[in-house]
Design a protein around this ligand. Structure first.
Ligand code: AMP
Length: 398
């Protein structure tokens, strides 16, 4: 079905055609007609499925510009808030609707001015929004559409009490759109009092990594992890590489060491200032930095195109995060490589990734790298030998 079959107005269809969207994604096809009818929805779509347009397009269509906050969109991180605001600015470029964004970590001045001028749609992270409400700068009394995005992330980050407070400040008579990739018990409890007779939309959970991504596990002893990373970077022809670490400390450490080797590097994690985070992301997207070192919390859901390689310096604890991490490469049918360094302590997590994506990942040895004793390779070799000898024994018995 083309976009103009969904009931959207001409000015929106024109804007999305200019963006090069030719047909709606599955989540857009399912949600747009329901949102246009004013229904509450719960959608389990993940980032990358086109969910921003799924909630953004029909909402823009329904609102009449009036410079009061008619639609509030809550996001867990500043980067996601910025990304959603930018997308809405693009979608609404042929309309008079005003879109604004507020998040913490930056000065109040410009955000305050924007709020005082008036916006129709406000994208916000919970903490800074509460600040403005308690200062009396804005109120949520005129909100007609409340969009809660990435609710499971907000739960992980401890924002649910703030989110609940904000929901209670909105009028009861409103439309609520609820997006969460997973629905743990705390979220199900919240859904009961937040939504009215919602339609549930499930978009198949994305266990599967893009087929254009080549995966490899690189078993290595803990002490040699960094050297192997450097060797991989030296031998790989990459245009842009995203390195994931589990901790902020490791992200900083690796960035500093790579800088000393004259790589152009940016770092993204939640302890960096907002200015640094914005500059890192912008610089990486524009090609100014060839390497971005990031933690999961900062990078989840970000729409970064054209990454040729993802290197997991640490195996993610959560198999789902692996799919998110490598989802940054191999986008839009481009080829991408995903390398994961695996120490002995991480084997269990590595195996659960294979189980989750339903695919065995090759254990790869970097030729010529001066490996110290690695129990990992030994264990795998022994297992292979045991399997071979039991096959042989079976054949002899027959
Ligand atoms: P999201 O899941 O909202 O983060 O969107 C992921 C990416 O898909 C963004 O770069 C969008 O611009 C893009 N996108 C969204 N909808 C469509 C569509 N119908 N056709 C092509 N690209 C789209």
């Amino acid at each position: 079905m083309p976009f103009n079959g969904l009931g959207l107005s001409e000015s929106i269809v024109k804007a999305i055609q200019e963006l090069g969207f030719t047909k709606p994604t599955p989540v857009q096809e399912k949600t747009i007609p329901l949102i246009l009818k004013g229904k509450d929805i719960i959608a389990s779509a993940q980032t990358g499925t086109g969910k921003t347009a799924a909630f953004g397009l029909p909402t823009l269509d329904r609102l009449k510009p009036g410079k009061r906050i008619q639609c509030l969109i809550l996001e867990p991180t500043r980067e996601l808030a910025q990304q959603v605001e930018e997308a809405l600015q693009d979608y609404s470029k042929h309309m008079d609707t005003r879109v604004g964004v507020v998040y913490g970590g930056v000065k109040y001045g410009r955000q305050r001015q924007m709020l005082e001028k008036g916006v129709d749609i406000l994208v916000a992270t919970p903490g800074r929004l509460i600040d403005y409400i308690s200062q009396g700068v804005i109120s949520l009394k005129k909100v007609e559409v409340l969009i809660l995005d990435e609710v499971d992330r907000m739960l992980d980050m401890g924002f649910l009490p703030d989110v609940s407070r904000l929901i209670k400040m909105c009028p009861e008579n409103r439309q609520t759109l609820f997006f969460s990739a997973t629905l743990p018990a705390a979220i199900q409890t919240m859904m009961k009092w937040v939504l009215k007779d919602p339609e549930v939309i499930e978009i198949g959970r994305n266990h599967v990594a893009a087929t254009t991504v080549t995966h490899a596990f690189y078993p290595v002893a803990e002490q040699q992890k960094y050297n192997l990373l450097i060797e991989l970077l030296t031998r790989t022809h990459f245009e842009s590489v995203l390195i994931f670490t589990r901790t902020k400390v490791n992200a900083d450490l690796i960035s500093r060491r790579l800088e000393r080797l004259n790589h152009s590097v940016a770092t993204l994690h939640s302890d960096r200032s907002q200015g640094e985070r914005t500059a890192a992301l912008k610089g990486f997207k524009s090609g100014k930095f060839e390497v971005l070192v990031a933690t999961d919390i900062a990078a989840r859901g970000l729409d970064i195109a054209g990454v040729t390689h993802v290197i997991n310096y640490d195996v993610p604890l959560n198999a789902e995060d692996y799919v998110h991490r490598i989802g940054r490469t191999g986008r839009a049918e481009k080829e991408g490589d995903a390398f994961t360094l695996v120490t002995e302590a991480e084997v269990k997590n590595a195996k659960s990734i294979e189980h989750y994506i339903g695919q065995k990942i090759d254990r790869t040895k970097l030729e010529g790298f001066d490996y110290m004793y690695s129990a990992l390779f030994d264990a795998e070799e022994k297992q292979a030998q045991r399997k071979a000898s039991s096959r042989m024994y079976g054949r002899l018995r027959r």
